[in-house]
Design a protein around this ligand. Structure first.
Ligand code: 3H9
Length: 708
């Protein structure tokens, strides 16, 4: 037997322990190992039943996701190969009990459902998360699950992929017994109790499959939810269709239909993109020169300067993580307003049932409002979150440097300014770092962690760990203007304005990107974030503008008119009190006037041009960022765009999208734009190089960064 599955037997029960750390994925050798164990148990007359259990921290977290890339690239011919195992489990002459702790996910749950019984500890989770990878359960999950939990719940589990806790799974009939005490001992006792008794295979249990009329309503509601909440995704629809097959076809035919749909999803670009995202989210945590063993500072208390939108949101993050936080403002009115906003946000969550009033009270109690630097001397981290002005930030950093304890981290939430210059106001530049949160800071998952030239490795490691504690995905970036996300967003939003100046309709620009899958179009995003934010930054950097280079004209003019976006109920669009956008004739007049003044004759602009100019503006800047080393890998850029800018996961991020489109094609298009629009479209040297060498962003520069 292989080391991947360990066989033992005692007191009439054989125990098969899966031993494939860290999560017992069904990698090559694991299904075969379980099969061998079953055969051995079948041949051993002293064995009456079998327990299948996971070693380490989980039962089985699913198929080995790394294998999928090998299959779709043609490197590997056969599939994940679970069918023989499932058949053997289901038809085993000695009943098999799956003993679940940690996770039984995807193929892991499918293996468990082919067993005669499932027992679990209270704290375990089960689920079919395949849709999150752009695929569907491919080992009978869509056929066995409805037979155990009913059609409605099975559809929800396969369509959305969210884990289900064991107590709920037990109530649904998916888990036969919740064990207290030791899982293995409990499972062995359970197995002894069922040994020799007849087993009803899950595939034969049709009583929960419902009637055609009941099911029609369930599937219609599921498709409706997919259209609303899972726009453009193919896997959720395929999952619904596969569960539907369970209700209309005999088991074997249902399995075939599931297999067909699974293959269709697996070979789609959506699943390649989402698998890229899965590994990408884990890759960003790996920083080549900051090894895992780097010491981290404990963060037990925090202090925040600025109780505005960002400061308040950041304070909520700390309080949510149970870390006490002092929140400072300069005037009582501003402080009261900031605290009231926090309270309102929490109260909304309580009203929506996200957490209890006690949780809200506990979190509020962790936030101490102040007008002074009281409490700052004890803080483990101080986060500055005032508006974007270098002079003010330096003044604040000099002040806190004087009060903070020597091992206190000083973080700035700047979105564009130089961390090195901010650090220069202190005597501890090694303790200074950027923590760039995204608005709303209590909701958005991204945290750009900006490394200055003196930032110590311990401060970086602490920040990466802290991001996790705060429920964020931390991505390390270099110190350049706008860092990674906003530096790329500049050209993206610039092109959106140019397109309108040249003749594109405002709504068309937004719609094209929404249809591409973005959460919102670029002009709507401007209105949401506040056009005045960019205006203020442009003023801050006006001295760096190169004369003769085309500048977008419209947003400055909108700001001069007091149209800052949603907050003034007018920006690119007019907004009603419910913040619904509609066209505004005043803006249309402004556009005509600006075109005339700039001598632009409007032309018809195709949807392809809108999409390509916006996307490739991102990619061209992304390539520069990558080449300069401001992002460690292209996937880091992708993860930033997915978690901070509403880029659709099924497109994998801007750099992945360029890779999958073909860098050669992207380069050609950028060259066209360069010829038409001049120096702002100068192709990034890296794109030219990769196009010439037929390579991808993913292969640059750390080969080990991708699992594809
Ligand atoms: C499937 O099952 C299809 C079936 O229907 C069969 C079809 C035929 N494979 O997340 P972590 C790695 S599809 C390969 O940091 P945690 C992960 O990359 C699958 N590798 O730990 C990381 O590697 P590294 C359905 C995997 O404790 C390390 O393990 N299942 C897999 O925060 C630790 O992971 C899923 O979608 C895998 N399946 O969370 C479950 N899983 O250290 C996906 C993990 O090199 N996995 N790795 O960066 C998870 O949700 C989480 O990993 C889990 C643990 C909750 C299990």
């Amino acid at each position: 037997m292989s080391d991947l599955v360990i066989y033992s037997s005692a007191n009439g029960v054989a125990v098969l322990t899966v031993n494939n750390p860290p999560v017992n994925a069904l990698s090559p050798g694991v299904p075969e190992g379980i099969l061998d164990g079953l055969q051995k148990a079948a041949q051993d007359p002293s064995v009456g039943a079998v327990v299948l259990i996971g070693g380490g921290r989980s039962f089985i977290a699913g198929a080995d996701i790394k294998e999928f890339g090998k299959i779709t690239s043609g490197e590997k011919k056969r599939g994940v190969g679970l069918a023989p195992l499932l058949a053997a489990l289901e038809d085993s002459p000695k009943p098999v009990v799956a003993a679940i702790h940690g996770q039984a996910f995807g193929g892991g749950l499918e293996v468990a459902m082919a067993c005669a019984y499932r027992v679990a500890i209270d704290a375990a989770n089960v689920g079919q998360p395949e849709v999150k990878l752009g695929i569907i359960p491919g080992a009978g999950g869509t056929q066995r699950l409805p037979r155990l939990v009913g059609v409605e719940k099975a559809v929800a589990m396969c369509q959305f992929g969210d884990p289900v806790k064991v107590p709920a799974a037990h109530a649904l009939g998916l888990i036969d017994a919740v064990l207290e005490g030791g899982l293995l001992e409990g499972a062995i006792a359970f197995a002894q109790g069922i040994a020799g008794k007849p087993v009803r295979r899950v595939r034969d249990r049709n009583e929960k499959l419902g009637t055609a009329a009941e099911n029609a309503a369930i599937f219609a509601a599921a498709r409706d939810a997919a259209a609303k909440r899972q726009r453009a995704l193919m896997a959720p629809l395929a999952a619904i269709q596969a569960v539907e097959a369970a209700t209309t076809l005999p088991f074997e035919d249902g399995i075939k239909e599931e297999g067909r749909l699974f293959q269709e999803c697996l070979f789609s670009s959506q699943s390649k993109a989402m698998i890229h995202v899965f590994f990408g989210e884990r890759t960003v945590a790996k920083i080549p020169d900051v090894p895992k063993e780097t010491a981290v500072f404990p963060i037990r208390s925090a202090a925040i300067i600025g109780a505005g939108t960002m400061g308040g949101g950041i304070a909520m993050n700390y309080a949510n993580a149970g870390i006490p936080v002092v929140l400072k403002e300069t005037s009582q009115a501003a402080l009261d307003k900031g605290v009231a906003t926090i309270r309102k946000n929490y109260a909304n969550s309580v009203a929506k049932g996200r957490f209890s009033q006690e949780t809200m009270d506990r979190r509020m109690a962790l936030i101490t409002p102040t007008l002074s630097y009281d409490g700052f001397a004890d803080a483990d981290i101080i986060v500055e979150a005032v508006f974007e002005g270098m002079a003010l930030k330096k003044e604040i950093f000099a002040e806190v440097d004087a009060i903070a304890k020597s091992d206190c981290i000083l973080a700035s939430n700047t979105s564009t300014l130089s961390i090195d210059e901010i650090a220069s106001a202190t005597k501890r530049p090694h303790m200074v770092i950027g923590h760039h949160f995204f608005s709303p800071a209590n909701v958005m998952r991204l945290l750009e962690i900006v490394r200055g030239k003196s930032t110590s490795k311990e401060v970086i490691a602490t920040s990466m760990a802290l991001a996790k504690t705060l429920g964020k995905i931390g991505v390390l970036v270099g110190n350049c203007r706008g860092f990674v996300g906003n530096r790329m967003f500049g050209p993206y939003r610039r092109e959106a304005q140019f397109l309108v100046e040249e003749g594109a309709d405002i709504e068309a620009v937004d719609r094209v990107m929404y249809d591409f899958g973005m959460a919102m179009g670029p002009l709507q995003v401007g209105d949401l974030a506040g056009l005045d934010v960019g205006w203020r930054i442009r003023k801050e950097f006006r001295h760096l503008e190169v004369p003769g280079v085309r500048k977008p004209l419209l947003e400055d003019r909108l700001c001069e008119m007091g149209r800052y976006g949603q907050k003034t109920l007018g920006g690119w669009y007019a907004y009603d009190e419910n913040r619904r956008p509609k066209r505004d004739p005043m803006v249309e007049e402004l556009i005509v006037k600006v075109r005339e003044q700039a001598g632009i004759t409007p032309r018809a602009i195709s949807e392809d041009e809108i999409r390509d100019r916006l996307l490739y503006a991102l990619v061209n800047e992304g390539a520069r960022i990558l080449e300069e080393g401001m992002a460690l890998r292209s996937v880091d850029i992708d993860i930033i765009y997915l978690n901070g800018y509403g880029f659709p996961p099924h497109r994998g991020g801007p750099m992945f999208h360029a890779d999958i489109t073909g860098i050669g094609k992207v380069y050609e298009r950028i060259q066209e734009f360069h010829q038409q629009h001049g120096p702002l479209w100068t192709p990034a040297p890296l794109i030219e190089r990769l196009a010439r060498e037929g390579r991808t962003f993913a292969g640059f520069p750390y080969q080990e960064s991708t699992h594809a």
